[in-house]
Design a protein. Structure first.
Lengths: 307, 274
């Protein structure tokens, strides 16, 4: 392997003359086929099945199956849980975005400064992103937010306040805090990469012109970060729209529908009520929602690839 | 001079305070894993205690199948990553070095399949798996993870392959190298760091995936995400054991994540931020 490279590098002088003679072109189409074929099947077959099921009366507990037109959609749209779940989904997504992008920007600027132990501090801040969702859900629910034995309850009581039963009284807020903790590192890491790519001469020039740290932040750093912030928002949105495990292990969507989001509602239809038709109608709704977000993301990504 | 040192000291204090605050839940979990069950739920919380390895022993060799699930996690995350690389390397090579007018559209289309919310296709996948006997089968989950990560893997490999000077590969081809040798002997060694970080990202994503694992597996094929979720049952507070199991479950991925943090940005933003 080590000898192959220098040999190849010695090629250039005659390379161009041989180019016309033509090296064999590899079987390009065949090389792409497995990836393209598999993704085509993976993206189209389930999608069409979901669409098809959404127009059928189809319950796993009921042998009777038939075309039922828009029945499933009608049922879904008149289910109180749907409105609650869409609202919860939006609250969850928007709140987490505000917290992570806001704090992430500040953290990125902080980590861009020169200080002792920067590498280790950065590693500590990124860590929550690598914690699997079921672990962070149970650690937050039990060790931290449990009203009797959790640390937060103890801290509140020790300053004379009443402990909060987070997942019973403020389930959505508790989930937002937890999910924001998981996604803050993502925003920080990406914005930090972007801050570090800022041309130091621009900062120097602004400093020469007498810009203080605050105007530096608002007039140099924020405009520079604008595009990256856009990317962070859109990618986070795609993941946040499908938060599931965190709800599954903490509140199971409750109490009532207080912390049911769209993915959890669809899961409930499908695997708890065995209503394949209804779950598929919900699935179509989720796909439409995600695609609206994806459209914006694709448009800005299209500008960044050089193919 | 003195002022810059003071500024640096203040920044250091603030940054470390913030970092420790963010990392704190993980520290707290790690501490709890060395407590007895009684100490773990004690109020006020115990900061000083005589550490015990009891929980780790119970988790690893007790009746709950930690080792079984850990093996499942390794099987699905490493297996799906290997399979995804096998499928993606030829495709990314073809697209990076023999681009056509449609290559860019094809990349974008591949990526767009990533935007299909899993829950939107839960029902058909669940039914297909049930009818083909893949429910609660390790290999079934491996296939799902391969397909879920394939777009990101192709995308990242493509962007790393683009950085390899095509002249080197062309020279090899002129010397009569077959496409297979060209990829195996020239491209892969040159792009090895990029391939490694692509693999790390795919492993991390599969290891932590908790939608398909919770819905498509049961006792037989359950990976660690599922195993940990089983601690959410209300009977009994096994916080110390939960902490020990969690610590073991996240430790390898924390290391992988720290190793690949630089390249991670590129993978996670689909190359939009480098």
């Amino acid at each position: 392997m080590g000898t192959a490279l220098p040999q190849a590098a010695a090629g250039p002088p005659r390379r161009f003359s041989l180019m016309a003679a033509g090296g064999r072109k590899p079987p390009v189409a065949a090389m792409k086929l497995p990836a393209v074929g598999l993704l085509l099947a993976w993206s189209l077959i389930p999608l069409f099945m979901t669409l098809w099921f959404s127009f059928r009366h189809f319950n796993l507990l009921d042998a009777d199956r038939y075309f039922s037109g828009l029945e499933n959609y009608k049922y879904l749209l008149t289910d109180d849980a749907l409105v609650a779940s869409v609202v919860n989904t939006l609250i969850l997504v928007v709140s987490v975005l505000i917290v992570t992008v806001g704090l992430g920007t500040l953290l990125a600027v902080l980590l861009d400064q020169d200080f002792w132990g920067r590498g280790i501090a950065r590693v500590l801040i990124i860590a929550p992103f690598f914690v699997m969702p079921t672990v962070s859900a149970l650690v937050w629910k039990n060790l931290l937010m449990h009203p009797v034995n959790g640390l937060f309850g103890f801290l509140l009581r020790s300053v004379g306040l009443q402990a909060i039963d987070w997942f019973a009284d403020y389930p959505l807020t508790a989930i937002i805090i937890m999910v924001a903790w998981q996604w803050l590192p993502f925003a920080t890491l990406i914005l930090l990469t972007s801050v570090q790519a800022l041309d130091p001469e621009r900062k120097e020039a602004a400093r020469m012109d007498g810009a203080g740290p605050i105007s530096m932040f608002f007039f140099i750093i924020i405009p520079h970060l604008a595009r990256s912030i856009g990317v962070v928002i859109m990618i986070e949105m795609l993941f946040l729209l499908s938060i599931f495990a965190e709800i599954f292990v903490t509140t199971s969507g409750g109490p009532g529908n207080a912390s049911t989001n769209l993915p959890f509602l669809i899961y409930r239809y499908a695997l708890l009520d065995f209503d394949v038709g209804g779950a598929s109608a919900g699935g179509v709704l989720a796909i439409v929602l995600a695609n609206i977000v994806a459209m914006f993301l694709m448009r800005s990504l299209a500008k960044t690839i050089e193919a | 001079m003195n002022r810059t040192v003071r500024k640096k000291a203040i920044t250091t204090a603030v940054a470390w305070l913030v970092a420790l605050l963010i990392f704190f839940p993980i520290i707290w979990m790690g501490l709890a894993s060395f407590k007895t069950e009684i100490e773990a739920v004690a109020t006020p919380p115990r900061l000083f205690f005589s550490p015990t390895l009891e929980n780790y022993r119970d988790v690893a060799f007790g009746r709950a199948n930690y080792l079984h699930c850990a093996f499942n996690s390794i099987y699905v995350s490493f297996g799906s990553t290997a399979l995804a690389l096998l499928i993606a390397v030829p495709a990314a090579y073809a697209m990076a070095f023999f681009p056509t007018g449609r290559t860019k559209d094809m990349l974008l289309w591949m990526l767009s399949t990533k935007f299909m919310p899993a829950v939107g296709v839960l029902v058909p996948i669940y039914l297909i798996f049930r009818d083909t006997g893949l429910l609660d089968v390790r290999f079934g989950l491996l296939v799902v993870y391969t397909l879920v990560n394939l777009p990101i893997v192709v995308w990242m490999l493509f962007s790393f392959f683009k950085e390899v000077p095509p002249e080197i590969l062309e020279a090899g081809r002129m010397d009569g190298a077959h496409a297979r040798d060209e990829v195996l002997l020239l491209l892969l060694p040159l792009a090895l760091p990029g391939i490694a970080s692509t693999a790390l990202l795919a492993i991390i994503l599969s290891w932590n995936e908790a939608f398909w694992s919770l819905n498509l597996t049961g006792p037989a094929a359950a990976p660690l995400t599922y195993y940990i979720a089983s601690f959410s049952s209300p009977e009994g507070l096994f916080w110390a054991k939960l902490s020990a199991a969690s610590t073991l479950a996240i430790a390898p991925i924390l290391v992988f994540g720290w190793l690949s943090q630089k390249q991670l940005v590129r993978g996670l933003t689909f190359g939009a931020v480098k």
